[in-house]
Design a protein around this ligand. Structure first.
Ligand SMILES: N=c1c2ncn([C@@H]3O[C@H](COP(=O)(O)OP(=O)(O)OP(=O)(O)O)[C@@H](O)[C@H]3O)c2ncn1[C@@H]1O[C@H](COP(=O)(O)O)[C@@H](O)[C@H]1O
Length: 177
């Protein structure tokens, strides 16, 4: 991996884990300048903001970066929500949500996500339904995992289309524990 890219861990003032990501110099500097967490995405080599995590302090450690947050804000309402709501398990899904939101804003050519947004809600719902059918028809474990991933991706596209933050769905699931 590029020497510039380091693992970064965001913690709250009690030292509790909030978020983990990669950062390069650009992501670190943007986090410092804007007081909001920015991360480096190795899969696309891009630097993107992580919505809702404010950054108070950035410390260079040996081989990694520690970021201190003072609050985690809700996506749509702007309300401060419990930091615990951003869990390690939700990280991948939240990252995917960020990428999908960015595609909706920028609509880059050649992006499948932009293609779905350009077709609109009916197409997105139809594709989500098709992916659900492909999942129930999958037989082998690997096929089921693959189809489940396709369905989750399309489901998040649908949520972004409807302006429903993924955190609302995660909170609903959490409330059922
Ligand atoms: N997770 C996914 C993901 N899962 C499935 N797919 C796409 O979903 C499509 C499903 O295949 P189908 O054969 O059913 O559909 P299709 O024939 O390609 O399309 P239609 O003509 O039916 O609309 C494939 O083109 C897959 O590439 C995804 N496309 C994108 N992502 C994520 O979204 C990010 C942004 O992708 P782009 O928008 O393409 O840059 C990527 O980095 C990924 O993280």
């Amino acid at each position: 991996m590029d020497k510039d890219i380091k693992p970064a861990v965001c913690v709250d003032s009690d030292g509790r884990f909030v978020y983990a990501c990669f950062q390069n110099e650009k992501a670190k500097n943007k986090s410092l300048e804007q007081g909001e967490l920015w991360e480096y995405l190795p899969e696309g080599g891009r630097v993107l903001p992580v919505e809702g995590i404010r950054i108070k302090k950035v410390s260079e450690k040996q081989g990694w970066i520690e970021l201190l947050t003072d609050s985690v804000k809700g996506d749509s309402s702007g309300e401060t929500v419990q930091k615990e709501k951003i869990s390690a398990a939700g990280t991948v899904l939240e990252k995917l949500e960020q990428i999908i939101k960015k595609r909706r804003q920028e609509m880059p050519e050649g992006s499948y996500t932009s293609h779905l947004f350009s077709k609109g809600g009916e197409k997105i719902r139809k594709k989500t339904g098709e992916e659900a059918v492909e999942l129930i028809l999958a037989a082998k474990k690997e096929e089921i995992s693959y189809e489940a991933a396709d369905l989750i991706y399309h489901l998040i596209v649908l949520l972004v289309w409807e302006d429903i933050p993924l955190s609302d769905v995660l909170s609903e699931l959490e409330s059922r524990f």
